[in-house]
Design a protein around this ligand. Structure first.
Ligand SMILES: Nc1ncnc2c1ncn2[C@@H]1O[C@H](COP(=O)(O)OP(=O)(O)OP(=O)(O)O)[C@@H](O)[C@H]1O
Ligand SMILES: [Mg+2]
Length: 271
């Protein structure tokens, strides 16, 4: 059985935390980050967020509320209209973010191993080292023995594992994940959730995750932020009190159901 924090009583919901630097180590500081697209669409209200090292923060919110926009701003794929994004302790932001999308985006003519080697090729890692890192990383994501398989020979869940491995090889301090497990069936998604959590615990990266699944958000995160409709705004933050060492049994506990209920309630309020 998963360990529940002994102090668990009620669901802890707060206003968005804003920029409060407590005694934890901040990995990412967003101050007043807003986005108006060139066509005039205001996609994101001025937003504050501090992500601490090792945080698993999940954003849930209605379709079109600006979740992907926020991730793309953090990744440096979009420029904010207002505000600043800092990554204390990192030399530069771009390239330090591992961005994982809903689609695995694998190159169909390359084997799993050669797909995983792709970014190592880009940064100039020597061939033998590349191969070794790729094989080791495929093992970490549970794909030992599938190094020579082509994407068409893999299931959707396995393709997503290759995509994770391809990002993992660069050892990014952040994972930015935009509905990465939305296209797989529920059983596969649960297994991917457990395995990704284990990876985060062992590799020590921080994650910002976007999903439409409340139970996925609660299962994975230590913090869940609920956004409102356009222009997107952080409405509430729900603290998830479970230990980081979670397994799928957690999903059938009353405490898990209670927190999912609270997140759903705020989600509907903001829609
Ligand atoms: N390149 C763009 N140009 C203009 N408007 C855009 C652009 N990209 C997104 N938008 C608009 O910005 C708003 C936020 O979009 P975004 O993709 O961030 O939402 P989302 O929360 O990720 O939605 P979903 O849950 O459906 O993925 C939407 O109204 C969308 O139409
Ligand atoms: Mg989106």
């Amino acid at each position: 059985m998963p360990e529940l924090e002994s102090s668990f009583s009620n669901v802890v919901v707060t206003e968005p935390q804003g920029v409060v630097l407590d005694n934890k180590t901040p990995a990412l500081i967003c101050k007043d980050v807003g986005k108006v697209y060139p066509n005039g669409t205001k996609a994101l209200e001025e937003t504050d967020l501090v992500l601490n090292k090792g945080d698993f923060l999940t954003i849930v919110g209605p379709s079109g509320c600006g979740k992907s926009t926020f991730l793309r701003l953090i990744a440096g794929l979009l420029t904010p209209t207002s505000g600043t994004i800092e990554t204390p302790g990192l030399p530069e932001t771009k390239g330090n973010m591992g961005f994982v999308f809903q689609d695995a985006h694998l190159l169909p003519w390359r084997t799993a191993q050669r797909n995983v080697e792709l970014l190592l090729e880009v940064v100039g890692t020597p061939k033998a080292e590349r191969a070794q890192i790729a094989v080791e990383t495929l093992e970490k994501v549970g794909l030992k023995g599938f190094e020579k398989a082509y994407p068409r020979e893999l299931s959707g869940g396995m393709r997503m594992r290759v995509s994770l491995a391809r990002t993992l090889v660069l050892r990014p301090p952040f994972f930015l994940m935009d509905e990465p497990f939305a296209a797989v069936d529920e059983m596969t998604r649960h297994t991917l959730n457990e395995d990704f959590l284990r990876l985060q615990n062992s590799e020590g990266f921080s994650t910002i995750f976007v999903t439409h699944s409340v139970s996925e958000a609660v299962f994975l995160s230590n913090r869940v932020v609920v956004m409102t409709c356009r222009p997107g705004r952080f409405m509430k933050e729900v603290s998830i009190p479970f230990s980081r060492n979670r397994s799928n049994e957690l999903r059938s506990t009353p405490e898990f159901a209670e927190i999912c209920g609270a997140v759903s309630k705020y989600l509907w309020e903001g829609a």
